[in-house]
Write a new protein. Structure first.
Length: 328
């Protein structure tokens, strides 16, 4: 039986595909390559280029492979863009996901691991944020994930779909072969490393007047391999008959933008120029996960919890592939 991975050519999906294969699973990938990279997926993995909203394509994949479960990574994930062009997010993240779920259920695929996000919580009422924290997203991207979570709940209730919705905090870092190559890039660690390697002349600090010790925003960074492993554990959990769950994935440690830049200076041995610019609308001061449930329910333990380890891995990858994947 195979695992269908949507968005498997993207940053988090490609690492998970590799780990699933190492774990002995058969994998099938569907990705339209709008943001993903063909070369991030090994040639030996069955790969279908196309949209998850293309029902005929998904039906063909399910005809050609015995699919036991789906890991659904594909989505658009630019918060600012979702504010400027929300229709794009409702169409891709919500409408196309509903279509995908319909085809899966029609064909009897009832196990689903979903990439949700800490952006579904909105402005935190307290930190660390646990799964019972109120969800009140501040942008259409966060809402698109929130809506799919509610759809999954209703599908469990009505159609017996069993799911784990993993609410990631900030994915970062790299494996030996796979790393972050987004165009445009908006994530802090790759931007900081581009500044370290001279590809950009500075890195912008959005807001230095937050109520945090150094005035810059605090985030919880989680290594991509730790994220990937949580997906494998979620799959095992569902295979063993686990009930549907919402689970945070983070380290429970927060680092400020300034701390990230200082750590990157130490790791790379380079000077990194930063510039203070105004806050971005809707950017909370502090997002840190309470990830106890991931440990309790999935038996998950992060292997690379330190910011230094995360940045070191990203820097190694950046140096080995300064131009990224160079394909699509
Ligand atoms: N990166 C993070 O820190 C983070 C944090 C929280 C949640 N997430 C979620 O995790 C998932 C993966 O994130 P990522 O950083 O790997 O993003 P990514 O853009 O690198 O990967 C997404 C992949 O999905 C593909 N895709 C998009 N729409 C598609 C469609 N309609 N049909 C087929 N393929 C499509 C893209 O080409 C891309 O390869 C996303 O759902 C994102 O919302 C990411």
């Amino acid at each position: 039986m195979a695992i269908l991975v949507t968005g498997g050519a993207g940053y988090i999906g490609s690492v998970t595909v590799e780990d699933l294969r190492l774990g002995g699973e058969d994998v099938v990938v569907v990705d339209n390559l709008v943001y993903g990279h063909r070369s991030a997926v090994d040639e030996s993995v069955p790969f279908y280029k196309g949209d998850i909203g293309d029902h005929a394509l998904i039906e063909r994949i399910l005809d050609e492979h015995k699919v036991a479960a789906c890991m659904h990574f594909s989505a658009y994930a630019y918060v600012g863009e979702s504010v400027d062009d929300p229709a794009k997010y409702w169409e891709n993240n919500v409408y196309q996901t509903i279509g995908l779920l319909g085809v899966l259920l029609d064909r009897g695929v009832r196990r689903f691991v979903f990439s949700s996000t800490c952006a579904s919580y909105g402005e935190p009422q307290y930190v660390p944020i646990d799964e019972n924290h109120t969800q009140s997203p501040t942008n259409p991207y966060g809402w698109s994930k929130f809506i799919i979570e509610r759809i999954l709940e209703s599908y469990d209730n009505a159609y017996d779909l069993k799911f784990v919705a993993l609410r990631y905090f900030n994915a970062a870092g790299a494996t030996e072969r796979l790393g972050e190559d987004h165009e445009p890039e908006t994530h802090l660690i790759p931007l900081v490393l581009q500044a370290a390697s001279g590809e950009r002349d500075h890195v912008s600090i959005f807001g230095n007047d937050y109520p945090t010790p150094d005035g810059t925003a605090i985030r919880d960074y989680i290594h991509i391999s730790d994220l990937s492993r949580a997906h494998l554990l979620a799959l095992d959990y569902l295979k063993n008959g686990g009930a549907s769950e919402f689970i945070n994935l983070g380290n429970g440690d927060g680092y400020s933008v300034k701390e990230v830049i200082e750590t990157a200076c130490r790791v790379t041995g380079k000077e990194i120029v930063s510039q203070n610019v105004p806050r971005r609308e809707g950017d909370p001061s502090k997002l840190v996960a309470d990830a106890r449930k991931a440990r309790e329910v999935l038996g998950w333990n992060p292997g690379f919890p330190k910011l230094e380890q995360i940045i070191e891995s990203a820097w190694r990858w950046h140096q080995s592939r300064p131009d990224g994947f160079c394909d699509e």
